[in-house]
Structure formats: structure tokens, C-alpha cells
Design a binder for this molecule. Structure first.
Ligand code: ADP
Ligand code: ADP
Length: 230
């Protein structure tokens, strides 16, 4: 069954940029979906629709079969279920220490101290940053900040996790580490969307690929289907 669906979603920014035009796609639960496209294709704009930060000007979004109606409750629920790891980790880090950063979301959900502690430990273990927990986030390397940002989203335990260009600006070793981490997360049954302009990453990692260009879906299929047309 589809966890998330977009149906003929269109969005134009106030300056007239047509970022999305009649985008229709379906994200099946438990799968690894790549959104492949060059810079400016509309990937980030699409993701902001997936957790309700942007509202479609035309068309609609469904989560778990329910059409999002943009009530306060619907948006709160959607943001709990759909976590986004943004490309720039600095845009996501606010707190003094790594542990505080990762605790922030779960505390905000009103969870008890013990539950928060367990989630934070688990998220730090998966991302390999337990030994950084008392460090101030602004002293970390770029790769370390990236992991803290991922851990913060994991600790919210969303059903769908979106990674916006997770390997951008990473060297080959860090890229392999991030992809291994995504494989771990996916093996725990999470639904994952990854955006990339890297054809090799989409081809080797994804169960299913949507190709986006100039705000439109110009291709969809399994890696074998997408790359056999060439
Ligand atoms: P991608 O994530 O694929 O790089 P984006 O969704 O960021 O694509 O951008 C899609 C289009 O919308 C691009 O032409 C981009 O320049 C434009 N755009 C993105 N954000 C804004 C904004 N806040 N105001 C105006 N145009 C924007
Ligand atoms: P780690 O040591 O945790 O792997 P690094 O600090 O070495 O992380 O950064 C990993 C990669 O990201 C390197 O290739 C580095 O050049 C690049 N990088 C570091 N800081 C930035 C930044 N602010 N913006 C973009 N790329 C960065």
C-alpha cells in the first residue's frame, strides 16, 4: 500500500518560478525511493509538500490513504510521521550539545525522560556518534554534523524519512558511510526517500526511481526499467 501519494501537485513561488507542475507519484511503505534530478528540478519543493511545510496550490497529498486537509492537527500528525534530513546540517542544529540536539524533538513530543533517553541512545548508536554526545554541535566536522542531523530525525521515529541530497559535498569515504547508514535504517523497515543528482547512487540504492526535471516527473520505474531506455 502507498504510504504517501502526491496527486497532480503544482506549486509556483511568489516570484513566478514554476517549481512543480502536475506532479503525481506514490511512495510504497517500506521501500527505498530515489528522486533523481538536476539542481533546480523541484526535489526540495516536493519534499516540503510531503511534510506540510508547503501546501499544494493545485492537487493534493495523501498520507496513509488520508487526504491532508491542512488543519492544525493534520499538520502536527504529518510532521511526526514524515521526517526530513535537509541538505545543510547547519540549518538543522540549534542546541548546545549533541545529546540536547537529539533530545529536543522527542521532548517536544511530550515523551517521558526514560523514553527520550532510550530513543537518543538508539539514534546515536545507529549513526555512530555516541562518543560525541557532550560536544557542542558547532565544533563538529561537516560529516559529524550530518550524522547529528540524521540522528535527530531518527529519534522522532517517523514512518517516512526523507534525505535531501545526503551525499552532497561528501568525499567518497563519507558517501559510502552515509549510504551504509541508509541501508541500516531501511533494513529496520522504514520507508526512505532520497534525492540525488547522482545516477549511480539512484541506480545501486533504490527500489524505485522517479526522475524529476523542470518541476515535472519525466520518468518512473525500477532502476532496470529507467536505465534500459538509454
Ligand atoms: P532542487 O531541490 O531539485 O534543487 P528546488 O525545489 O530547490 O529544486 O527548486 C525548484 C525551482 O524553484 C528552482 O528553479 C529554484 O530556483 C526555485 N526555488 C526554490 N526555492 C525558491 C524560493 N524560495 N523562491 C523562489 N524560487 C525558488
Ligand atoms: P568527517 O571527518 O566527519 O568525515 P569532514 O569534515 O571531513 O567530515 O567532511 C566531509 C566532507 O565534507 C569533506 O569532503 C569536506 O570537504 C566536505 N565539507 C566539509 N565542510 C563542508 C561545508 N561546510 N560545506 C560543504 N562541504 C563541506
Amino acid at each position: 500500500a502507498a504510504l504517501l501519494e502526491a496527486e497532480r501537485v503544482s506549486f509556483t513561488y511568489p516570484d513566478g518560478t514554476r517549481a512543480l507542475q502536475h506532479v503525481t507519484l506514490s511512495i510504497p511503505e517500506g521501500k527505498k525511493i530515489a528522486v533523481l534530478g538536476p539542481n533546480g528540478a523541484g526535489k526540495s519543493t516536493l519534499f516540503l509538500h510531503f511534510n506540510g511545510i508547503l501546501r499544494p496550490q493545485e492537487g493534493c497529498i495523501y498520507f496513509a490513504g488520508v487526504r491532508i486537509n491542512y488543519s492544525h492537527k493534520a499538520l502536527t500528525d504529518l510532521r511526526r510521521q514524515v521526517g526530513i534530513v535537509f541538505q545543510d546540517p547547519d540549518s538543522m542544529l540549534f542546541s548546545a550539545s549533541v545529546r540536547q540536539e537529539i533530545s529536543f524533538g522527542p521532548l517536544n513530543l511530550g515523551l517521558g525522560r526514560e523514553e527520550v533517553g532510550q530513543r537518543v541512545e538508539a539514534a546515536m548508536a545507529v549513526t555512530g556518534i555516541a562518543d560525541l554526545q557532550d560536544k557542542p554541535t558547532h565544533f563538529l566536522s561537516y560529516g559529524q554534523k550530518k550524522r547529528v542531523a540524521i540522528a535527530s530525525v531518527l529519534a522522532m521515529e517517523p514512518r517516512l524519512i526523507i534525505f535531501d541530497e545526503p551525499t552532497a559535498y561528501l568525499d567518497p569515504r563519507s558517501t559510502r558511510e552515509v549510504m551504509a547508514l541508509l541501508a541500516d535504517i531501511s533494513s529496520q523497515g522504514k520507508t526512505i526517500i532520497l534525492s540525488t543528482h547522482d545516477v549511480d547512487i539512484a541506480y545501486t540504492w533504490a527500489d524505485y526511481i522517479y526522475v524529476l526535471a523542470r518541476g515535472q516527473v519525466i520518468g518512473a520505474g525500477t532502476p532496470a526499467e529507467i536505465f534500459s531506455d538509454a
